[in-house]
Design a binder for this molecule. Structure first.
Ligand code: ZN
Length: 256
């Protein structure tokens, strides 16, 4: 098995150095492309060049965010192969559906599909042997934006039960100590959860006010992304009965 990266030319505050497109080869010339990225001719050409004539069995996406999926359909069409995904998203429509428990065959390899919602509802990870392609569920070098915190924490805990030696993320470098990184992700999220609760207790009443308190140290260009994670924390804190969060307003629960 051989894994190669083609880095998309979309660096930025939300994407780090850019989106990692992964080419997985079973070692006998069968390949699959994972997360081709945004529509970009130069990147498509770089992927095609890296294939060196190998015809992939398909193009696979971890989730339908626009830095991961929109090149999938045009690239798959150009190669005459199917695009695999869990469902439709902006600029993406799968030719073949996969879901939790599916196995995508690449020559002798079987990629096991795991539904890992939280960063995005339609997020998938792919496990092959003891290697996992993690998309934006776990990335190299930082935490990720979370849309649904309850589901995200469940999806992280699910990884703790698996034997994984190496992760190939959607952004950043490969992860050589997956168990440590997943533990750190969980600890980091739980710490943020308490910080968000403390900010509400101290009077922060809107997502923006919580972001300014909890993410004071973080580059303001990342605050819009932080706002989505904060909204996810406030929603879960409300579900847990620890605050109220209605119509964008968060309030502590005062015992009388
Ligand atoms: Zn994403």
């Amino acid at each position: 098995m051989r894994i190669e990266r083609v880095l998309a030319n979309n660096p930025g505050p939300y994407t780090g150095a850019g989106t990692n497109t992964w080419i997985l080869d079973d070692g006998k010339g069968s390949v699959i492309i994972i997360d081709p990225g945004p529509v970009d001719r130069t990147h498509a050409d770089a992927i095609l060049a890296r294939l060196e004539g190998r015809r992939p069995d398909g193009v696979l996406v971890t989730h339908t965010h626009t830095d991961h999926a929109p090149l999938a359909n045009p690239l798959a069409r150009e190669l005459g192969v199917p695009a695999f995904g869990q469902g439709k998203g902006p600029g993406f429509e799968p030719d073949a559906l996969v879901s939790d428990g599916s196995v995508v065959h690449v020559g002798d390899l079987g990629l096991k599909v795991l539904h890992t919602p939280g960063h995005a509802d339609d997020h998938l990870c792919f496990l092959v042997g003891r290697v996992m392609f993690t998309g934006d569920h776990v990335i190299g070098g930082s935490s990720v934006m979370v849309e649904n915190l309850g589901r995200y924490l469940e999806s992280l805990r699910r990884l703790q039960g698996l034997e994984i030696d190496r992760m190939y993320p959607g952004h950043g470098e490969e992860i050589d100590r997956p168990a440590e990184v997943v533990d750190w992700y969980l600890a980091h999220r739980m710490q943020r959860h308490e910080e968000v609760l403390a900010a509400v207790a101290a009077g922060a009443a809107t997502v923006e006010e919580v972001v300014e308190t909890v993410y004071a140290e973080v580059d303001p260009s990342l605050h819009p992304l932080a706002a989505r994670s904060v909204a996810a924390h406030l929603t879960l804190l409300a579900e847990e009965g620890r605050i109220t969060f209605r119509e964008g307003r968060a309030d502590p629960i005062r015992s009388s």
